[in-house]
Design a protein around this ligand. Structure first.
Ligand code: GTP
Ligand code: MG
Length: 199
């Protein structure tokens, strides 16, 4: 799929405040600093569309980006950043919970996992909750440029084995590098296939 237009459409802390146009939404979640905002920039080919930072906890609200005037990419805050004040952490958890459970337009939630490390308990628990609630999800292994091809394949296999302990059928998986553009075609084609089903 070709992205010809990507426009910032608004920030919201609750689903009641999100952009009013009802269009299919594809959202990105994962640990703070895993590369959600960078991936949105890579997919859209706009380096400064979503704000990124080397410091965790950058994205604090839900950001909608209107793509080709027909669907949204959605950037969510990260979870699991221990250094945030308690009140802020609770608020971010509520922003995430509200969007995931109440956004009727969300077609798919991509859970981003850093490809350099074993998938963490926080990600496994998060994915389990999605499974239990029947929320469609996929997994994207980010920062793939930081590993060689053999190490990357081995890490993904290891994570698959860990997830297979709780998942009968694994969600779709992708490897990405926002630095190198890796995974772009696969992820956009996957989104396109879902959009075609909803037409
Ligand atoms: P929060 O909004 O804080 O939850 O973070 P985020 O998940 O949106 O991460 P963000 O996109 O801001 O990226 C965090 C850091 O990781 C930045 O310094 C990025 O440059 C870096 N980064 C993101 N993706 C990649 C990647 O594919 N490869 C490399 N090498 N670095 C990346
Ligand atoms: Mg972010």
């Amino acid at each position: 799929m070709k992205i010809s237009e990507a426009i910032f459409a608004g920030s919201s802390a609750r689903v009641t405040q999100k952009p009013k146009r009802k269009l299919p939404e594809f959202a990105f979640i994962g640990r703070s600093n895993v590369g959600k905002s960078s991936l949105i920039n890579m997919l859209t080919g706009k380096r400064r569309l979503a704000m990124t930072s080397s410091t965790p906890g950058k994205t604090k609200v839900v950001n909608h980006f209107l793509i080709n005037d027909s669907w949204y990419l959605v950037d969510l805050p990260g979870y699991g950043y221990a250094k945030l004040p308690d009140r802020m952490r609770r608020e971010l958890a509520e922003v995430i919970r509200d969007y995931i459970h109440n956004s009727e337009e969300m077609q798919m939630l991509f859970v981003l996992v850093d490809s350099r490390h074993d998938i963490g308990k926080i990600d496994i628990d998060f994915l389990s909750e999605l499974g239990e609630n029947g929320i469609p999800c996929g997994i994207i292994f980010t920062k793939a440029d930081k590993l060689g091809p053999v190490a990357l394949a081995a890490q993904i296999e290891k994570d698959k084995a860990i997830l297979s302990e709780t998942w009968e059928e694994l969600p779709p998986m992708f490897a990405s590098s926002s630095e190198k553009g890796r995974g772009r075609d696969e992820i956009l084609d996957y989104i396109d296939s879902i959009l075609n089903c909803t037409k």
